[in-house]
Design a protein around this ligand. Structure first.
Ligand SMILES: [Fe+2]
Ligand SMILES: [Fe+2]
Length: 151
C-alpha cells in the first residue's frame, strides 16, 4: 500500500535534513582540507554545495505542496553523517565520508520512490531526479577514491 500524505511528508522531511547536513559537511570539508592532493576534492565539494542546497529547496517546495511545513534549524535531524575530518590532509577520509553520505541519500530516495508508487507521481518524479544527481556524485567520488587509494 502506498504511503499516506503524512508519511510521504515525513520521508521528504528526512531527506530535507539529510541534504542540509550534507551542505554543512561538504562546505566544511571543502574549506578545511590542506595540500596539493586536496585541491581537486575541495573544488568539487565546493561546487556541490549549491547543488545540495537546490535539492533541499526542491524538497521543501514539494513538502509545502503536500500541505506540510518546513521546519527551522531546531527541528532538523542532524548528526547522522560522518563529521568533517580533523586531520586536514586526510583526503581519503573526506572522500569516504562523501561516499557514505551519497549512499545514504540514494537509499532514502529509493525508499520514497517505492513508498509513493501508484499514488504520488510528482513526489516520485522529484525523488527519481534527485536520485540521479546523487548517483552521479557517488560514481564521481568512487572514482576519486580509486585514484587516491592506488596512486
Ligand atoms: Fe543532494
Ligand atoms: Fe549529492
Amino acid at each position: 500500500m502506498a504511503a499516506t500524505t503524512k508519511e510521504t511528508i515525513d520521508l521528504l522531511l528526512e531527506s530535507y535534513s539529510m541534504e542540509l547536513e550534507t551542505v554543512m559537511n561538504y562546505l566544511a570539508n571543502s574549506v578545511n582540507l590542506d595540500g596539493v592532493r586536496a585541491e581537486e576534492i575541495k573544488k568539487s565539494l565546493g561546487a556541490d554545495v549549491p547543488g545540495e542546497i537546490a535539492h533541499a529547496q526542491q524538497l521543501a517546495h514539494r513538502i509545502k505542496q503536500l500541505g506540510g511545513q518546513i521546519p527551522g534549524s531546531k527541528a532538523l535531524v542532524l548528526g547522522n553523517q560522518i563529521q568533517p575530518v580533523t586531520v586536514t590532509t586526510d583526503v581519503v577520509g573526506v572522500i569516504k565520508s562523501v561516499i557514505a553520505a551519497e549512499e545514504a541519500a540514494c537509499a532514502q530516495y529509493k525508499k520514497i520512490i517505492k513508498a509513493v508508487e501508484g499514488e504520488d507521481y510528482v513526489t516520485q518524479d522529484l525523488c527519481i531526479r534527485l536520485l540521479a544527481d546523487e548517483e552521479e556524485h557517488l560514481v564521481q567520488f568512487k572514482g576519486f577514491l580509486k585514484e587516491y587509494t592506488t596512486g
